[in-house]
Write a protein that binds this ligand. Structure first.
Ligand code: NAP
Ligand code: ZN
Ligand code: ZN
Length: 351
């Protein structure tokens, strides 16, 4: 075992601060990674603040990890020392159940092991994420990063990227489709970029009129302000697919009215009870509400390769780890363009 520096919260009320955590020894199938960058996902904040009621403490978040391979175990042949790699939201699963066999490890019947707040079967206790100097991960859950991309802007692809790519891919969004992305934050900005790269006509659906210009720069063809009832009426019944990234419970009825017959709105943001859905909004038009959770390891690699081919990365603001608590406030207030990424040198250099 080795001790490394990390940043975490002692309980749901506490700010994040520097602490020391233990990492396991490198086992034959493991890759030891020096973390260079880590994205800040809204899920990190939900976990630190125990919004979902299942947080374990100390909580060391971070599941948008980019790093450099420091060491590989004796059985690892797919990664080499010095290579740039990524780790996303999962570090283990059973690999035997039906979902695992079908590359859907995120739905593992025995429960996938989250990169943080998961059950640590090696050291006991719970897993610690990427707000740390190093991490040791089974090679199966380590991703290759295309060499042509700016690595710090790749970090958010490991969660925000795959979470938006997977539903767009699953529902086969492409040329000729009118696609709405609801909520322009970390996930939403990647949703626009992917839907645009896939050839769809993209409409950014936002509560923030001041984000309109950015939305267009990111690839949106149109911007729809969800608070503008007249504008919402004009788009009624016209969308082939909606990707809903709103992070909190909200009334989805106005969005359902935007869908065409037989079309789907996929929820990825609000993992909590939603207010009532009017049956008429589903029945009239045979409409679907669906959900999606990150993506499997194979699809995550496909997403990264797609990004390499189409030159897609995240728009980021690079921060030092000692400003993380302010960064959380800014995410909650929607004041980030469009993902914070922590420069992990700032942790290595901290006393
Ligand atoms: P974020 O950066 O905070 O962005 C969320 C955006 O949603 C905001 O910028 C805002 O956009 C809009 N919004 C916020 N509150 C709203 C409200 N009350 N009503 C309508 N719109 C609202 O968050 P994120 O990192 O993208 O994460 C979004 C959610 O996805 C989080 O809850 C996170 O936990 C979850 N998540 C899920 C998965 C999964 O696998 N399903 C994976 C990662 C994250 P506008 O200003 O444009 O309206
Ligand atoms: Zn995330
Ligand atoms: Zn499984």
């Amino acid at each position: 075992m080795s001790e490394v520096k990390a940043y975490g919260a002692a309980d749901s009320e506490a700010d994040l601060k520097q602490m020391s955590i233990e990492r396991r020894e490198v086992k034959p199938r493991d890759v030891k990674i020096k973390i260079t960058y880590c994205g800040v996902c809204h899920s990190d904040i939900h976990t630190v603040r125990n919004d979902w009621g299942n947080s374990m403490y100390p909580a060391v978040p971070g599941h948008e990890i980019i790093g450099e391979v420091l060491e590989v175990g004796s059985e690892v042949t797919d990664f080499k020392v010095g290579q740039t790699v990524g780790v996303g939201c999962m570090v283990d699963s059973c690999r035997e159940c039906e979902p695992c066999k079908h590359d859907l490890e995120q739905f593992c019947e025995k429960g996938m092991v989250g990169t943080y707040n998961g059950k640590d079967k090696h050291l006991g206790g719970h897993t610690f994420g990427g707000y740390s100097e190093e991490i040791i991960v089974d090679h199966y859950y380590v991703l290759s990063v295309p060499e042509n991309l700016d690595t710090k802007a790749v970090a958010p692809l490991l969660c925000a990227g795959i979470t938006t790519f997977s539903p767009l891919n699953h529902w086969k969004v492409g040329k000729g489709d009118k696609v709405g992305v609801i909520g322009l934050g970390g996930l939403g900005h990647m949703g626009i970029k992917f839907a645009h790269a896939m050839g769809a006509h993209v409409v950014m659906i936002t509560t923030s009129p001041e984000k309109a210009e950015d939305a267009k720069r990111l690839g949106a063809d149109e911007v729809l302000i969800s608070k503008d009832e007249d504008a919402m009426k004009k788009h009624r019944g016209s969308f082939d697919f909606l990707l809903n990234t709103v992070p909190v419970a909200h009334d989805i009825n106005p969005y359902l009215q935007l869908l065409k017959i037989d079309s789907t709105m996929c929820m990825v943001g609000a993992i909590e009870p939603l207010p009532d859905v009017h049956g008429g909004n589903l029945i009239m038009g045979r409409k679907n509400v669906a959900g999606s959770l990150i993506g499997g390891i194979k699809e995550t690699q496909e997403m990264l390769d797609f990004c390499g081919e189409h030159d897609v990365v995240s728009d980021i603001e690079l921060i030092d780890i000692n400003t993380i608590n302010e960064a959380y406030e800014r995410v909650v207030n929607g004041d980030v363009k469009y993902r914070f990424v922590i420069d992990m040198e700032s942790l290595r250099n901290a006393n």
